[in-house]
Design a binder for this molecule. Sequence first.
Ligand code: C2E
Ligand code: CA
Ligand code: CA
Ligand code: CA
Length: 281
Amino acid sequence: AKSEGKNNVVTYTAGIDRRVREQAELTQDLRVALDLGQFEVHYQPVFCSSGERLCGVEALLRWHHPERGPVSPAVFIPLAERSGSIKEIGEWVLRTAAHQVAAWQRELPGCADLELAVNLSPAQLRDPALLTTIASALHDSGLAAHDLILEVTESMLLSDLDLARRQLNAARTMGAQVAIDDFGTGYSSLSYLAKLPADQVKIDQSFVRELESGATSVALVRTIVDMARALNLDVQAEGVEEVMQQDILAELGCPRSQGYLYSRPLPVAGFASFATERATL
Ligand code: C2E
Ligand code: CA
Ligand code: CA
Ligand code: CA
């Protein structure tokens, strides 16, 4: 029994060791991924009027690792955040997506007002150059500021509320919109929400997933929708996978939604055919 215990400790530390090494390797690989062209932006359609109208896309970053294949952003974004490379990567996503959406507005049927939502990381929000970067990306791409939505999470706002609020308000003065991502998972009292520099909240997937399972989750989502309406905020559901969920959301008066029910995140050509097919239905 004694030696077994020791073995467990050995296996355990070896496991941690391997993970630490793997993370160090990935962090190293991340530094050159941009230059080597290993990133790609995918675009997930967003629907308005309870699912009737295609009104925008969310830009979601993909990393094609030469040996490991696709690596999830849930894995590499935190590493890029810690190593500082997220600023450069985030700027690339913003510029790439802004160019793409501006082109789609000109070229694709029914997409003249297509909106672009981009996820901001904590390091980007803390970067004093953020506003200049956004202004420059809009200018270079020709995308109108009111078609840009900056997505931030509640926790990002909490950790550095003053600076975050100043930066986001400056972006809103420029005309851009701000959405609170993963809403409901953090600390969100009504008074706190009223102070946030936001135009929209995105109801977290976990609440949408539970919608069918009972009255409590319906009441919860109803509270968020009503609260958003009272504060004059737009509200969007994410992670909508079932027709039943969409029906409940429509009944609760949630106008915007996004999820596999409509479409997965798509590569450039995939979104172009998706939008074209919908326009000619
Ligand atoms: P998020 O911003 O909450 O993005 C939504 C995630 O849910 C995406 O995962 C999307 O593919 C997934 N999703 C959408 N609809 C459904 C659905 O119906 N069912 C399920 N199960 N999932 C759905 P993804 O692309 O793996 O991204 C994970 C997270 O990585 C994002 O969560 C975001 O926090 C981060 N991320 C992705 N791209 C970027 C980026 O360019 N910059 C930053 N800072 N973070 C990013
Ligand atoms: Ca998001
Ligand atoms: Ca989210
Ligand atoms: Ca999330």
